[in-house]
Design a protein around this ligand. Structure first.
Ligand SMILES: Nc1ncnc2c1ncn2[C@@H]1O[C@H](COP(=O)(O)OP(=O)(O)OP(=O)(O)O)[C@@H](O)[C@H]1O
Length: 377
């Protein structure tokens, strides 16, 4: 557990970057510091590994006062990831990843072989290890940065805008893989970002800071969205708060049996199975949804192949977030949201109005919940 107690940082020019800040980052969880530019996020993070010394207050890790520890040793025991990966340009990628273990005296062969394993762990081809950082894409460099921070297997990781230097699609991939990795590794992480969506996606706990380095609110993401402490937090959270909160609200929704046809069926067979709106769901031989077809749009004598499919909607999972279920219905060409089980096979379809009924029933817990069709838990 990382604990900051009444921590203040005043820079020599008089700027108070962090003002009497107290914060606990629990073990094996991701605590995110988020806030507008200049609110003291980076300063706070760097006081944990003593790259910046607090003016007053205390910082402890597992009860040990970091100010009483040797700063270089402390830093080697804490993974640190920054924007762009912060790699040494004149060292190969694997040498970069092995940097801290080598410093700590690990034999070169062992350190390099571990570096290759780590590259794989963060989703990179170990063959990239022999390249130099400039020969990698931005997203690859950031993965290397994460691999390097993990190399000494530190229980604590500090991450400063680790995913911000890449485009939104790569960023999303990196975030998803990072969450998967954290699920396996369970590090104690403090992360800084200026992006509230990233904070909400990645944080177990989110501290919203305001300029001057004070905490406006510290809460779990769902709580933040549902009950922002004040106008500053509400403004910072931005639009669609109510809708985004549904992303954290998982529930079963009424499922309906959906007639399907296999890929390769004739258009005539598809027409016979289609609903009154003309749409029919196409599945493969494992009953994994492939998309929607409307036989009336297709030449009568043909068969259903991939080219016959309309762009499908998003998929929801049984018992998953209500936001995803609602989106599956709204984005489906037939307005019937496709819901799959844990293996990706069709479980049924859901309707937007029924998802909304579930939402309304949950918001009034005293009301008996309505259920039609078969609800799956
Ligand atoms: N070395 C320094 N000397 C004086 N003031 C500083 C110094 N470093 C940072 N500051 C000031 O301290 C405040 C907090 O800076 P910090 O970098 O911690 O903010 P931040 O929230 O990480 O910002 P950003 O999101 O823009 O990176 C800012 O007003 C900044 O100008």
């Amino acid at each position: 557990m990382i604990r900051l107690d009444g921590v203040t940082k005043q820079y020599p020019d008089g700027t108070v970057a962090v003002d009497d800040l107290s914060l606990t980052a629990p073990d094996r969880a991701i605590t995110v510091l988020v806030g507008p530019s200049g609110c003291g996020k980076t300063t706070t993070l760097r006081m944990i590994n003593r790259m910046i010394e607090p003016t007053s207050g205390s910082v402890t890790i597992d009860g040990q006062d970091v100010l009483a520890m040797d700063a270089a040793q402390l830093r080697r025991g804490i993974g640190y990831v920054i924007q762009h990966g912060g790699l040494f340009p004149h060292h190969t990628v694997e040498r970069n990843v092995a940097a801290v273990p080598l410093l700590l005296g690990t034999a070169k062969r062992e350190a390099i072989s571990r570096a290759r394993e780590l590259l794989e762990l963060v989703g990179l081809d170990p063959a990239l290890g022999r390249r130099y950082p400039s020969q990698l894409s931005g997203g690859q460099q950031q993965r290397v940065g994460v691999a390097r921070a993990l190399a000494a297997d530190p229980p604590v990781m500090l991450m400063d805008e680790p995913f911000s230097a890449v485009d939104p699609v790569v960023r999303e991939q990196l975030q998803d893989e990072f969450l998967r990795l954290q699920g396996e590794l369970g590090k104690t992480i403090v992360m800084v970002t200026h992006d509230i969506d990233e904070a909400i996606k990645l944080g177990d706990h989110v501290a919203v800071l305001q300029v001057g380095g004070r905490i406006a609110q510290l809460a779990r993401p769902a709580e933040l969205l549902a009950h922002p402490a004040d106008n500053f937090v509400a403004d910072f959270l931005g639009r669609d708060r109510g809708y985004r909160a549904l992303g954290f609200d998982s529930a079963s929704v009424p499922l309906h049996d959906e007639p399907t046809i296999p890929l390769g069926a004739t258009v005539a067979e598809a027409a016979a199975r289609a609903g009154s709106d003309g749409w029919v769901l196409v599945v493969d031989d494992r009953r994994h949804p492939q998309g929607w077809a409307r036989p009336t749009d297709l030449p009568g004598e043909g068969s259903i192949d991939e080219r016959s499919l309309a762009l499908g909607g998003t998929l929801a999972r049984v018992g998953g977030p209500l936001r995803v279920a609602l989106d599956a219905a709204l984005s489906s060409p037939s307005r019937r949201g496709v819901v799959v089980d844990g293996d990706g096979a069709l479980a049924g379809t859901c309707r937007a109005t029924e998802v909304l009924s579930v939402i309304e029933a949950r918001e009034r817990p005293s009301d008996p919940g309505e259920h039609s069709a078969h609800a799956v838990h």
